[in-house]
Design a protein around this ligand. Structure first.
Ligand code: C5P
Length: 232
């Protein structure tokens, strides 16, 4: 069963806790990103865990292997369930992240690799020395590389998830933002899919922010998305 993760794109711990209380039992998984973590630090992770929820810590680690290994350990101690690294950090970094996660056993964090940021186009890749590959080719290459070196899964766009889920080994996690229920405001997302489409294409986790957080009834919005996911 695919899981719904709500992006806690708010600025304070108080707002985060209030949103989680409002949504209640409709959602048990939340993403904490750079904005909220930089403002509130590990206390916000603890606050979400104290409410009995799972945490996806989306800080996109990219550093030398030892530093990433120790950062993953810190995440594991906080009880983080999913966390992100950049696949361009190289194989030793990815392997170090996985080794650190494995120290926590079954309850340890699952490592998700970011392949190519969706904000980058072909010209941006050329600027950083990636020549001769389209963004899609670079995504496919980095996805295989990351999973081969120990990543449990990938963060990918709804446009990519179908091809990746067909080509990578069973059990790989595919975490997909850019999801919009039919009729919802698209906002600044350019390549969106409905929850049902994303699940059909192999997404194991959907990350949804504004369609739930900004809804008049966030719990009802979340339940509607879960029903659509379950109907696939
Ligand atoms: O509000 P919305 O549903 O667009 O939020 C999606 C969440 O997923 C945000 O936290 C955003 O930063 C994140 N995300 C994304 N696209 C990516 C990677 C992450 O929208 N390619």
């Amino acid at each position: 069963m695919s899981q719904l993760i709500v992006a806690l794109d708010v600025q304070t711990r108080e707002e985060a806790v209030a949103k989680i209380r409002t949504i209640g039992e409709a959602v048990d998984f939340y993403k904490i990103g750079l904005e909220l973590f930089t403002a509130e630090g590990p206390d916000v992770v603890k606050a979400v865990k104290d409410l009995g929820k799972k945490v996806f810590l989306d800080l996109k680690f990219h550093d030398i292997p030892r530093t990433v290994e120790r950062a993953v350990k810190s995440g594991g101690k906080l009880g983080v369930d999913l966390l992100t690294i950049h696949s361009v950090g190289g194989k030793a970094m990815i392997q170090a992240a996985r080794a650190a996660a494995d120290e926590f056993g079954e309850r340890g964090p699952r490592i998700l690799a970011v392949t190519v940021l969706t904000s980058l186009d072909q010209g941006d890749l050329a600027d950083v020395g990636i020549l001769g590959r389209t963004p899609a080719e670079q995504v496919a290459a980095m996805a295989g590389f990351a999973v081969l070196n120990g990543a449990h899964g990938l963060v990918c766009s709804p446009r990519e998830v179908g091809a990746l889920s067909r080509s990578l080994k069973a059990g790989t996690l595919f975490v997909t933002p850019g999801v919009r229920p039919a009729g919802a405001e698209v906002g600044d997302q350019k390549r969106v899919a409905t929850p049902a489409d994303a699940v059909r294409d192999g997404a194991t986790h959907l990350v949804v922010g504004r369609p739930i957080l900004a809804a008049a009834d966030p719990a009802a919005a979340a339940r509607a998305i879960r029903e659509e996911m379950a109907g696939v």
